[in-house]
Design a binder for this molecule. Structure first.
Ligand code: NI
Length: 555
């Protein structure tokens, strides 16, 4: 008889995600359903607003991805008005976006995901001298690698344990048989976990230097940016660069080596393809500047076929709601109850089970995010990325397909973080060059009254978790419709009438759960996608009518 495990909510992610998996006799996952349990309605708030306010309102879609939605909404309105934004403004927007890539990736790995691989309690029995030696297997110059530093980390941990308060480390499955690291390797990762807390504070300042503040930066406006004084102040540029240099130091000496360590210790997991989805990848590319290779190349990969990178065609994107809690062409809310035992109604093809809609590319479910970017860019011979990927693969003796796993997703993020830093250095020198030649423009002047009264715009951006697209319709100079497809909408999509599983569901099928009461393997797969549910769930009612009433059963 099959068993069902329900995890609701999955923690250490942004927002509310529910996962149900069905296990066979051998505890292998036979089927999986993921459900966005968080209802959002920001698009409704955007209706009838001045298009120039879209950025500040859309930024509130998420508390993590604030800058991504802020920028996307402003760019979307600029697209509707065919405005050409000055180069300097685009550079400043990119500098903010790239600092966010680094921030998101480091925080995701250490604070949201690493404890799926790291047994905190085991680190207490490490030998600090051996730990220092072990770190040299993955880096020529390991980050904070003295044995006295490791001793102080152990003392800190022991204090937590003695007080019976594990704080951020409580509720882990410590001692689980799936933890494969030695006490010394666990101690290295815990040391970096603590260092990453400081990293998080510093890198946020980098976004705030040009954004005025973060989260929810203020400086992007339709037509450009307002941070002209920051751009012209050499001290501000220096502060920004100093933070990025420090960040790169941590990435190259801690984050990337940790990925090499995990790739070695969990090699069998990678080679078994744990966490692999269906091998369809989508990347819209972007971040392109004068004389520089774009940071990411655009393209489509199907079924892990690396010899054929298809051209990305936005007209192939559709969004369906057959099995999401919406109805009809205008996607009105239609919440259906859960079963009486509190499980999702997933038995029949017509059962609705998520607030997340179902985006498809040419009818197929796709994976978006760091692996898609790394694979598509690498295979498009992006000369910036390729050396980073080659070095990682040669150091770990892995191949390209290995990125398409849970650990591979993390490795792709670390590689991406390192080359994003390199690109930032180039962008800043590009900006300084412009200023030197008296190009200080940061805003294109336009007369709002002269803009088309009825128009529409759209934008596709790569943001840390994958593709973010915003669409706006403007009627009589007011927003009449606003729509968002976020990265997590692609990856956490429910099935559709086509019954095709999305990346999360597909990645879960086939994994073996060694202890169904502690489903660490399930958490590992889901966390590897860095879910952001606040971003994923969106509703629009094109008629502007009351959004239907719904009721949630309490169990
Ligand atoms: Ni988000």
């Amino acid at each position: 008889m099959s068993k069902k495990i329900v995890i609701d909510p999955i923690t250490r992610i942004e927002g509310h995600l529910r996962v149900e998996v069905e296990l066979d006799k051998e505890n292998v996952v036979k089927d999986a359903f993921v459900s966005g349990q968080l209802f959002r309605g920001i698009e409704v708030i955007l209706k009838n607003r001045d298009p120039r306010d879209a950025g500040l309102l859309a930024g509130r879609i998420c508390g993590v991805c604030t800058n991504s939605h802020f920028r996307a909404a402003v760019s979307c309105v600029e697209d509707a008005y065919s405005l050409e934004v000055p180069k300097n403004a685009e550079i400043i927007r990119d500098l903010m976006a790239m600092a966010l890539f680094i921030q998101d990736h480091v925080v995701h790995f250490y604070h949201l995901h690493s404890l799926d691989f790291v047994d905190v309690v085991s680190a207490l029995s490490a030998d600090p001298h051996l730990t220092s030696k072990e770190a040299h297997n993955y880096s020529k110059k390991p980050f904070r690698n003295s044995h006295s530093h490791y001793e102080s980390v152990m003392t800190k941990l022991q204090t937590f344990v003695d007080a019976g308060k594990l704080g951020p480390f409580s509720n882990g499955y410590w001692g689980h048989s799936e933890y494969k690291l030695s006490p010394e390797q666990n101690l290295i990762l815990i040391s970096h976990y603590l260092e990453a807390l400081k990293f998080q504070t510093n890198i946020s300042k980098a976004v705030a230097i040009f954004g005025g503040k973060t989260p929810h930066p203020q400086s992007i406006v339709v037509g450009g940016v307002t941070s002209v004084a920051d751009m012209l102040n050499p001290q501000r540029l220096n502060d920004y660069l100093f933070i990025i240099k420090e960040a790169k130091d941590f990435i190259d000496r801690a984050y990337l080596p940790d990925m090499k360590l995990l790739s070695t210790a969990y090699r069998s997991e990678i080679k078994e393809g744990q966490g692999r989805a269906n091998g369809n990848f989508i990347c819209v590319g972007g971040y392109e500047f004068d004389g520089l290779t774009p940071l990411f190349s655009a393209g489509i990969i199907r079924d892990h076929n690396f010899s054929n990178i298809e051209v990305f065609d936005e007209s192939k994107i559709t969004e369906e709601v057959d099995r999401a809690w919406y109805d009809g062409d205008d996607h009105k809310v239609h919440y259906t109850d859960l079963n009486d035992d509190g499980t999702l109604k997933t038995e029949k093809n017509s059962d609705k089970y998520s607030w997340i809609k179902a985006p498809r590319y040419g009818g197929e479910t796709m994976e978006t995010g760091p692996v898609a970017r790394v694979l598509v860019s690498y295979l498009s011979e992006n000369n910036l990325i390729n050396p980073f990927v080659d070095e990682f693969l040669s150091d770990t003796n892995l191949d390209l397909k290995d990125f398409s796993t849970s650990i591979g997703r993390n490795a792709a993020r670390a590689i991406e973080s390192s080359y994003v830093c390199e690109y930032i250095f180039k962008l800043v020198s590009n900006l300084i060059q412009n200023i030197k030649y008296y190009d200080t423009e940061t805003w294109c002047k336009f007369d709002f009254e002269e803009m088309p009264k009825n128009t529409k715009g759209r934008v596709f951006l790569e943001v840390p978790r994958g593709i973010l697209s915003h669409f706006v319709n403007i009627e009589d100079q007011k927003i009449s419709n606003f729509s968002v497809i976020a990265p997590t909408t692609w990856n956490a999509t429910p099935r559709n009438f086509d019954a095709k599983r999305g990346a999360y569901e597909e990645a879960l099928v086939g994994i073996k759960v060694s202890d169904p009461t502690k489903p660490l393997e399930v958490l590992k797969v889901i966390h590897s996608f860095d879910p952001c549910l606040a971003c994923a769930v969106h509703v629009i009612d094109t008629q502007g009518k009351e959004l239907s009433k719904y009721r949630v059963k309490a169990f």
